[in-house]
Design a protein around this ligand. Structure first.
Ligand code: HEC
Length: 168
């Protein structure tokens, strides 16, 4: 029994030393070019899903009317388009140089039109650590965050005044 415990402790210590050496001796990719590590995407997505939890089901407290979609379009142009793209244009140099690459959220891409609006609200309010996605909870009002979340939900079916702001 004693030998088994010593074996387990040795195994754990070896894993910790291996992990430390991997991180400090150049095994860990730090450039933005190149792919993810094995399991990196799975673990990152699982952590994000569990952090958002039932908050994804939160309904928007404001309607997706023309006024709010135009408001969302102004927020998008000022805060988001540098990473998430201008309407119908190729990704910016900043977006191309990031890891992970920011998804393009306006047409012709489908963006997050399939995600619940509460999930988009959560991501915009809190950000996503170590990805470059900023949290806007302390710089945009709650109404502005809902407006831009509604804009992205309805990106494929926007009223002309909201499209005008995005295509100007
Ligand atoms: C500096 C670059 C940058 C800016 C500015 C930025 N984002 Fe992001 N955003 C990212 C990156 C990178 C990701 C991808 C994160 C990941 O892979 O988990 C992301 C992810 C997202 C997602 C999740 C997409 C998905 O497919 O699940 C949403 C929604 C989002 N951003 C909305 C916004 C909004 C709205 C704004 C402006 C208010 C904004 N972002 C500003 C970089 C940015």
């Amino acid at each position: 029994m004693k030998n088994v415990i010593v074996g387990i402790l040795l195994g754990v210590a070896l894993c910790l030393v291996g992990g430390f050496l991997f991180l400090t001796r150049g095994g860990m990719p730090v450039k933005t070019e190149g792919g993810p590590l094995p399991f990196e995407l799975y673990l990152a997505h699982a952590a994000l899903r569990s952090a958002i939890g039932t908050e994804a089901d939160r309904p928007s407290p404001i309607p997706a009317d023309e006024k709010n979609l135009v408001g969302g379009a102004h927020v998008y142009r000022a805060q988001c388009s540098v990473c998430h793209g201008e309407w119908g244009r190729l990704p910016s140099a900043i977006a191309k140089g990031m890891f992970p690459q920011p998804p393009q959220l306006l047409p012709p891409k489908t963006g997050v039109t399939d995600d619940p609006v509460g999930e988009t609200y959560w991501k915009v309010r809190n950000g996503i650590r170590l990805t470059g996605m900023p949290g806007y909870g302390s710089s945009l009002s709650d109404t502005e965050i809902w407006q831009v979340s509604l804009l992205l939900l309805h990106a494929q079916e926007l009223p002309p005044p909201a499209k005008d702001v995005l295509q100007r």
